[in-house]
Design a protein around this ligand. Structure first.
Ligand SMILES: Cc1cc2nc3c(=O)[nH]c(=O)nc-3n(C[C@H](O)[C@H](O)[C@H](O)COP(=O)(O)O)c2cc1C
Length: 185
């Protein structure tokens, strides 16, 4: 059983590198909205392109830090846009780094929740399927339940944060379900 007197520490990963990214704003809104028993650190997927030649005994410092951040977290919350009906390249790249070392990757068995966003009403739902597929390939423990897509996301953000109450409630409920499962382990 997890120590319930300590907050559960989750790692939030945006699927976008854009400075004013809506995905980052969603993570910032969730971070502010979650009760103090859940801490959401926001990480970055700004990593070099995956090259197996560079993935030897001594990992690149940025990759090392990325893998350690995943290992240290009790679970991962990915908030991502959709690029051309699919997973954005930078996010796929980061997940490929996170999938190694083979058989020992920090994401293996790690609880993971995926939220997609779009300025369109479709909410990035096609990318969500692909992100799920990649996480399944890696062996992460995908959080089940209703898919969380945030459509028309641009209208739901103020001052760099998600403020739409319905979206916040839907997403934080899913995060709570995931952390309850972590706590029960
Ligand atoms: C290369 C590219 C492809 C895109 N393809 C899609 C798409 O397939 N579906 C969609 O809903 N939005 C698409 N968009 C629009 C993005 O949802 C929008 O740019 C969004 O702001 C990106 O997320 P971010 O704000 O977190 O950076 C695309 C944007 C780019 C730059």
């Amino acid at each position: 059983m997890t120590d319930t007197s300590q907050p559960v520490s989750l790692l939030g990963l945006p699927g976008s590198l854009r400075r004013d990214s809506y995905a980052k704003a969603v993570l910032a809104g969730l971070q502010a909205d979650l009760a103090p028993d859940i801490r959401l650190e926001i990480g970055s997927i700004d990593l070099p392109l995956y090259n197996q030649d560079l993935d030897g005994h001594a990992a690149l410092p940025a990759v090392d830090a990325f893998r350690q951040a995943i290992a240290a977290a009790a679970g991962v919350v990915i908030v991502s846009p959709e690029y051309n009906y699919g997973i954005p390249g930078p996010l796929k790249n980061a997940l490929d780094w996170a999938s190694r070392p083979y058989g020992k990757a920090a994401l293996i068995g790690k609880p993971a929740l995926v939220i997609t966003t779009s300025p369109a009403f479709t909410g990035g739902v096609r990318a969500q399927d692909q992100i799920h597929g990649t996480l399944l390939a890696i062996g992460a423990r995908l959080a089940g339940g209703p898919q969380i897509v945030i459509g028309s996301v641009a209208d739901k953000i103020a001052d760099g944060r998600l403020v739409d109450r319905a979206s916040l409630d839907f997403a934080t409920a899913a995060i709570r379900r995931m952390t309850a499962e972590i706590g029960a382990r």
